[in-house]
Design a protein around this ligand. Structure first.
Ligand SMILES: Nc1ncnc2c1ncn2[C@@H]1O[C@H](COP(=O)(O)OP(=O)(O)OP(=O)(O)O)[C@@H](O)[C@H]1O
Ligand SMILES: [Mg+2]
Length: 271
C-alpha cells in the first residue's frame, strides 16, 4: 500500500513546494513510483516539474470536481521522473465548487483510493492556508510533513497547525499523524534559528528530521529551469540535503511497499 504524505504549513513561503518537488524527485530517483499532487492554485510545483501550468490539459479541478480519474489527469512527462497532477488558477474554482458538492472533504481521498497501490508514495503540495483544499489533502493523507523556518513566530504557527490536525483526526481521518517536521532555509550561524531548533526538538523529539535543509541559492534557482534541484545542480548542498531527507523518509517507512531497498545517495543521482 502506498503512503500518502501531505506537505503542509499554513504559513506562506516556508518551503512546502520546494520540499514536495525535491522530495518527490529524490524518492523517484531510487526507483520508487511517485505521484506528486499540486493542490495549490499558484501552480508552483507544476512549473518546477517542467510542466507549463498555462497549457496543461487537466488539473486537480477535473479530479476533484469532474470526478475524472488520476489516470486521466496525471502528467507522466515531468523533469522529476514522477507523475504529476497539475494545478493552476482553475484550482481556485475547485476550492469554491467543493463547498457545494456532496462529501466535499473526501473528494481527494476517494479519487486516490483506486491508485494508492500503484504508487510507493503520493506527495501532496498544499496551499498556504487551511482551506477546503488543505482539508481534502489531510483527509486523504496518512501523514503530514511540516516544513518550517526556525523563526520567532514559527512555533506559534506550528501550534495552530497541530490543533487543526488533531481536529481533523477526530472528525474525518483518525489515522492522520505527523510524518515529520523539517527545518528549512536553515542557517546554523543564526542564534535564533538554533534556539528555535532546540525548542522544536524538545517539543517534538524524533518527529524532527535529522536532515536539515540549508539556505541554498540552487534550490531557489532550479524552479525557473523547470527542474528539481538534483537535475539542475546535483552537487549543490540543497540537492544533497533533499536526498538525505528522502533516505530518512524511506527508513522511517521501511514497511511501505517498494521496488528497491536502497536508500538514495548522490552516486545514484549522478548516473
Ligand atoms: N532552502 C532554501 N534555500 C533558498 N531558497 C529557498 C529554500 N527553500 C525555498 N526557497 C525559496 O523560497 C521561496 C518560498 O519557497 P516555497 O515556494 O517552497 O515555499 P512554500 O511554502 O511552498 O510557499 P507558498 O506558501 O507560497 O506555497 C521560493 O522562492 C523558493 O525558491
Ligand atoms: Mg508552495
Amino acid at each position: 500500500m502506498g503512503k500518502i504524505i501531505a506537505v503542509a504549513n499554513q504559513k506562506g513561503g516556508v518551503g512546502k513546494t520546494t520540499t514536495a518537488v525535491n522530495l518527490a524527485a529524490s524518492l523517484a530517483a531510487t526507483k520508487r513510483k511517485i505521484l506528486l499532487i499540486d493542490l495549490d492554485p499558484q501552480g508552483n510545483a507544476t512549473m518546477a516539474s517542467g510542466i507549463n501550468k498555462y497549457e496543461v490539459p487537466a488539473t486537480c479541478y477535473e479530479l476533484l470536481i469532474e470526478e475524472k480519474s488520476v489516470e486521466e489527469v496525471a502528467q507522466k512527462e515531468t523533469t522529476g521522473l514522477y507523475d504529476l497532477i497539475a494545478a493552476n488558477t482553475d484550482v481556485t474554482a475547485a476550492e469554491i465548487k467543493l463547498m457545494e458538492v456532496y462529501s466535499r472533504e473526501h473528494r481527494l481521498r476517494m479519487a486516490l483510493e483506486p491508485v494508492k497501490d500503484h504508487y510507493d508514495f503520493i506527495i501532496i503540495d498544499c496551499p498556504p492556508s487551511l482551506n477546503m483544499l488543505t482539508v481534502n489533502a489531510m483527509t486523504a493523507a496518512d501523514s503530514v510533513l511540516v516544513p518550517m523556518q526556525c523563526e520567532y513566530y514559527a512555533l506559534e504557527g506550528l501550534t495552530a497547525l497541530m490543533d487543526t490536525i488533531s481536529k481533523l483526526t477526530s472528525v474525518v481521518n483518525d489515522k492522520l499523524h505527523i510524518e515529520g517536521i523539517l527545518r528549512t532555509m536553515y542557517d546554523p550561524r543564526n542564534r535564533l534559528a538554533n534556539d528555535v531548533s532546540e525548542q522544536l526538538k524538545r517539543h517534538f523529539g524524533d518527529k524532527v528530521y535529522r536532515s536539515v535543509i540549508p539556505r541554498n541559492v540552487r534550490l531557489a534557482e532550479a524552479p525557473s529551469f523547470g527542474s528539481p534541484v538534483m537535475y539542475y545542480d546535483k552537487s549543490s548542498t540543497g540537492a544533497k540535503a533533499y536526498l538525505a531527507l528522502a533516505g530518512e523518509v524511506l527508513r522511517k517507512n521501511s514497511t511501505v511497499k517498494n521496488n528497491s531497498t536502497k536508500a538514495p545517495n548522490s552516486e545514484q543521482v549522478a548516473s
